[in-house]
Design a protein around this ligand. Structure first.
Ligand SMILES: NC(=O)CC[C@H](N)C(=O)O
Length: 303
């Protein structure tokens, strides 16, 4: 976990709980190492060399990297370096809110060769504003500009990892808490360079989920999936991170070959002997649609 308030695990309580719910679901013991993002930065190599060395050792030893949400520019450069490390080394990465925004900044700087790329939250005069202020209400009004609460995300790529993790849902409702967003005008450039925007809002202008298709698991969400995670009902994106970090993602995303009752039920003879009642794993005795395919993540699709 790469963050600013790493001395205070309470600040990241819901993220921690979501990691735990997902680890239980995947049958793995969770070990969280806290990496203060400031310590990853180049200036720390001179000012606090021991802390810098320790932070990079922890980051490089991690099976998966998570950058949670945050505000303000302290430690942002370190978070960008963590996302870059995960991207370049095929280490599973989940970026939440700011964690998605900084992954986009790294991609613009490193892959698209836009060294000045930044969020206008951190550099209002940036030459490549890849993350910009996009309030839902007025742009000039000072209060209540935060995009808050439940909003809908539509998947536009059904083959992506996150859509599969959400059980091939067409859309998901997740909770938001932010002001800045990926600049929609730069999206075609990003897509051309290989970053996929697999989930968007209903207008198609607010980028909700990013993925790197050729990476083991590199996912960023503008929303906060941790808020809806519960014991026994883990957040799908956290399950994805834990599964990828423990080498179980491929199996998890593989549709299992269990096809329930693909053949029609025989007709009763004389009305006396009825067809054998078939019970389905969902507990229903009714005939389902043509067939049901069960995924290892517990989701079901009708085919
Ligand atoms: N919750 C967050 O991570 C917020 C991210 C960023 N500071 C924004 O306002 O958009």
């Amino acid at each position: 976990m790469v963050g600013k308030y790493t001395g205070l695990s309470d600040s990241y309580l819901s993220v921690l709980k979501a990691l735990l719910h997902a680890s239980v679901a995947m049958g793995r013991k969770l070990v969280v190492e806290w990496v203060p993002s400031c310590d990853l930065e180049a200036c720390a190599a001179k000012e606090t060399p021991e802390a810098h060395k320790k932070a990079w050792k922890l980051l490089k030893g991690a099976d998966g990297i998570l950058v949670p949400g945050g505000f303000g520019d302290r430690g942002v450069q370190g978070k960008i370096l963590a996302a870059k490390y995960a991207r370049e080394n095929n280490v599973p990465y989940l970026g939440i809110c700011l964690g998605m925004q900084i992954a986009v900044i790294d991609f613009a700087r490193s892959v698209m060769k836009l060294p000045g790329a930044n969020s206008t939250e951190f550099d209002p005069d940036t030459t490549s504003p890849c993350v910009i202020f996009m309030p839902e209400g007025s742009k000039t009004h000072m209060g209540a500009t935060m995009r808050l609460g439940s909003r809908r995300t539509y998947f536009n790529v059904t083959t992506c990892k996150s859509a599969k993790l959400y059980g091939n849902a067409r859309f998901v409702d997740e909770r938001h808490r932010h002001r800045y967003e990926v600049n929609p005008e730069m999206v075609p450039e990003f897509e051309k360079a290989g970053l996929s925007f697999v989930g968007k809002d209903e207008s198609g202008t607010r980028m909700e989920i990013i993925e790197l298709p050729n990476h083991k698991f590199f996912v960023g969400a503008q929303f906060h999936p941790e808020f809806k995670s519960r014991p026994g009902k883990p957040s799908p994106l956290f399950v994805g991170l834990i599964a990828a970090s423990s080498g179980q993602l491929e199996t998890l995303l593989q549709p299992s070959p269990i096809i329930v009752n693909p053949k029609p039920v025989p007709k009763p003879i004389n009305g006396t002997v009825g067809p054998k009642k078939t019970m389905y794993p969902n507990g229903h005795a009714k005939k389902p649609l043509d067939s049901l395919v069960y995924f290892a993540n517990g989701n079901v699709i009708h085919t």
